[in-house]
Design a protein around this ligand. Structure first.
Ligand code: F42
Length: 148
């Protein structure tokens, strides 16, 4: 596995912190959908760009052929989520999908490759399209590929 050891700094957002705790305590059997929906989520474990602390970030499950996307929508907020900095600085992550947790390398997408994966993200979870309309920033997306 990757070297994601160290002090865990839970999200300051209570609903996110609680979701991660329930998801991990159940081995991914509980709290594996976005609250109030049936839409599946995965949990990314990553390292803080400045603090070096361990962070856990749920995102919607967008998967194809063993590859996952992390879509930095933050509900269409004007600013990128802070975890975008973290993935740019420390792309070695782990992702847990249900009971299965593996190491991945996160790569920010650009150009045609981003455009194609963006369409796939919106086809998987249409709210991403609505979130992009709410904000002037282009929503960053990362492709998570299995670590060698
Ligand atoms: N967010 C998305 O953007 N996309 C999704 O698809 C998504 C789905 C989702 C499903 C379930 C759920 O529970 C949450 C979901 N979220 C989704 C929310 C997501 O998990 C994040 O909470 C959200 O995107 C906001 O991310 P954030 O990183 O901006 O969170 C803030 C509130 C945060 O955690 N801040 C911390 C803090 O203490 O202020 C950590 C800050 C941090 O990481 N600091 C870095 C460090 O080194 O530790 C430094 C970063 C730097 O700037 O260098």
């Amino acid at each position: 596995m990757s070297n994601l050891e160290g002090e865990y700094a839970p999200s300051p957002a209570g609903w996110v912190r609680d979701q991660v705790a329930a998801f991990e305590a159940s081995g991914g059997a509980d709290a594996n959908v976005l609250r109030g929906t049936h839409d599946p989520i995965v949990v990314i474990t990553n390292r803080g760009a400045r603090s070096g602390k361990i962070r856990k970030t749920p995102v919607m499950r967008v998967e194809r052929d063993g590859l996952y996307l992390a879509v930095a929508s933050r509900g269409g907020a004007p600013e990128n989520p802070v975890w975008v900095h973290n993935l740019r600085a420390n792309p070695q992550v782990e992702l847990q999908d249900g009971a299965v947790r593996k190491a991945y390398v996160a790569r920010e997408l650009a150009g045609d490759e981003r455009a194609q994966w963006w369409d796939y993200a919106v086809a998987t979870w249409s709210n991403y399209g609505a979130y992009q309309k709410r904000t002037d920033r282009q929503i960053p997306i990362f492709l998570l590929e299995p670590a060698a």
